[in-house]
Each structure stands twice: as structure tokens, then as C-alpha cells.
Design a binder for this molecule. Sequence first.
Ligand SMILES: [Mn+2]
Length: 482
Amino acid sequence: MRFGRVYASNNIKLMRTLKKIHTGIFRDGGAGAFAQRRFRERRKKLMMKEGRLVAIAGVPYGPGGKTTWAYAHCPTYQEPAIMYLTGVNQNNVILLLDPNSKISDEILFVDDRDRLMEFWDGVRFGVGDEQSLREVQSVTGIRDVRSVREFKDVLKERLFKQKKKNLGTLWLEGTRRGKTCAITTDHNYDFKKKLAGWLRSWNAPPLKNIMKNHFELRLPLDKYDVANARKAQEITGNGFKVMLKKFRNFKNECQVQGFLEGQMLMQSPYGLSYPSIVASGANANILHYIKNDDDFSKDEMMLIDFGVRWMTMHADITRTFPVSGRFNPMQKILYEIVLKAQVAVEKKARAGVMIDALNKVCWDKISHGLAHNFVAVGGKFKLQYEGRPHGVSHLMGEQEHDGDPFRNYSRQPMKSGWMISNEPGLYGEFRLRLNGKTYDEKIGIRIEDNLVITSDGCMNLSDKIPKTIKQIEKLMASRQAD
Ligand SMILES: [Mn+2]
């Protein structure tokens, strides 16, 4: 995509001309007037939809805070809603939107400038410093920046100026077994509880959840997001290709993980999308295998689930390949079954179709493939699960798994601009006698690409990352100088 490249290179140039601190504090769009317009438009749309006062909090602690270790490997740690609306990757910020105010309809609350904290953590922006203020204004487009210490008073004052005294905030909730429930452990929930307490003490009406409106605006990616997602795919794919060419040098899963992640991280300061799964043989039947510490042997297959971020966009890729570099006849049959299911899902994916419909196509195709291409030639198998092992698609975007975490979106028609994964899988024990040889293996195969939904189909962002049997065998046979 030509435009994508132009944007990415412009952005790097601008990032270089801006002071170095921007790359730490602003994770997306550190691109002057352009970023201002983009973030401002997103906030305006949310204000129009809500029509009431809205407060959203960032994560309370960043690296170096109370939850240091949780964030240790995530250079981008901000609440995605704050990232989406401001681009600010700094903890302890609150955004207040007041669509009914004519004087200032958006206020960003940040920490006071703290030189001692900066000695430990590097430059942060804060109230009480002219240069900081100008930087926040120039990237976010928000003129009114104040200290978080003032938040409660300003909120009360603004709330009492509203006719209906309504306040909205974001917390994640969904329907599970017919009941509405919230995730009770994240910072959004804590912030909601604090606000609800204040509202009660002020005799104001209860809080409203902005989740639905927020996701409606945030989930369809714009062309800059798509360009950034493509960049994430490119880096992820390059890492995979280099790793596969050098694969003969590795004996243990952790070597594969270390090399692959190193390749990706050398090309992106935004961090991994998630810690990689590197699973050989039977380990690939553990869906969230993260130990990555087994030696592997030449007859096994290996499943790797990996990806890098670029700005706020994520790649989420899975590839499965034979350790020996050549698929044996049984592995070939099973691999083709999964690949065909993936192709069928991609064909079906378009705006208006539901993810549940993709699930049906996927898992029917796999059952059909097993019956007609495996059992029909004498194959026997025992799956690790009943029905289906997992969903074929989840939403992606500002987070590697985006949208409501209960996945109620699976039963909604998909919209243009949604990014989803396409990840059929087959996990179990398989046995086949072919040409006088018996194959008996525990195998997990998953092939995962990322799609952007359009009105008449979808774009496969991962189409340059090798996945056919021919492509993989060719790559593994090619030697790369050590
Ligand atoms: Mn995925």
C-alpha cells in the first residue's frame, strides 16, 4: 500500500525531528498537526455520540510503578482507549470530555512535573512546565491540560453545569450465560467504582457505560491504522523468514523464541504483541503453551504463535512447520486440511457476515477434511476436544485481542475496517499407515493470518508470510550464512 509507506516514513522523519522523548510518551502519531487532527476528530465523534460528560482514566502505574513486573516487557502499556483518543503512553492521566462546554470541551489531567521521578524513569510530561505543556498540546491537540489533583473538583463543577448531571465512563462488561457481568480486576473497573461513589455522594444519577459507543468508533481501522498494521506484518514476516532459514541451528524451543523475538524487536521499539508460543510436538496441543523450554526432535512439527506491534497496531500470526524441513505424508494431509479451512474462511469473510458464520465454515471444513482426506485413506485420530477447540476469529486493533472481552461481537455482523484473525486449528493424536510406514504423532497445527474486512470481502494482511507446504519447505532448505 503506497500510502502506508509514505505515512510510515513521514512519521519516522517527524519523530526524528521532534525531541527524542516523544517516542516514549507518544506511541502513535507523533506527527505534529496531523496527529492533532486525528485525535481531535476521534474525541469529537465520541462526544457527539455520548452527548454527556465523559471521563476515561489511563493505567494508574507504568513501568517503575507498583505493578512494575506486569509491564516489564511492554514498552506500550497505556489503556487502549486513552491511546486511541490521545496517543499518550504515560500512566496516571485522565481525559475529561464535556461536549456541552463552549469554553473547553476537553481537558487532559496529568501528573505534576516531577524531576526526581524523571531521574529514574526518563522524561515525562507534567503540569508546571511550559515545554511539557506545548508538547502535549502539539501532539494531542488538547489545549486545556491540568494537574490530576484538580480532577475531582473540576468534574463536580462540570457535572453540576449539565442539565441532566449524567456522567459516562468506560468499563468492560458483557453477557455471559444471559447475565451482564463486568471484569472486576482492571483499572477501568476501579475508576468506575471511585466515580460511582462520588456520584452517590453528590446525589447525581448513576454512571453510564460508554463501551458500546467507544468500540463502535474504535474498531473500524482508518487507513493509517491499516498502514501501521501492515508494517507490523512486514516485520513479523521478516523475522519468521530469517528464523526459518536458520532453523537447523536450533535444538530447543527457547532458542527459536529468542532468535525470532530478537529479529522482530530489532525492527520495532513498540514491543511484541504478546509473548510468543513456541511449541514442538505434543506441546502444540497446549493452546496457551508458554514454557518454551523443550528440546525438539526431527520427526516433530512445531507450532509458533508470534507477532510484533507497530505503533498501536498488532500482528498476531501462527505458523506450523516440520522440524526436519520436510513434511511427512501424514503431516502433509493434516496440514492441507487446516489450510483449506483457512482459505474457506477468508473467502467467506466480508462486511455483514458474523464471526459465528466463519466458525461454522471453518469447523465444518475441518471435520469434512478429516473424514474425506484422512479417515478415508485409513487414518485414525483422537482430538483433544469436543466440538471445536477455539474460535476461528477474534477482533484485533489497539489490542491484540480487541473489542469486548466476552466476544459478544461474534454474533454481530462484521463491519468494514474491522481487523480479525483467521486461525483454524487441529489438535490431537493421529495415526496413519501409508506405503508400508506407520506414522503416529501428537500434533497441533494452527495457521493464523490477519484480515481487514471490506464491503465486498477482505484484505489478507499476512499474505506475504509463507505458509504453503511448498513455500515452507523451500525456505527451510535455503541456507543462510551464519
Ligand atoms: Mn490470535
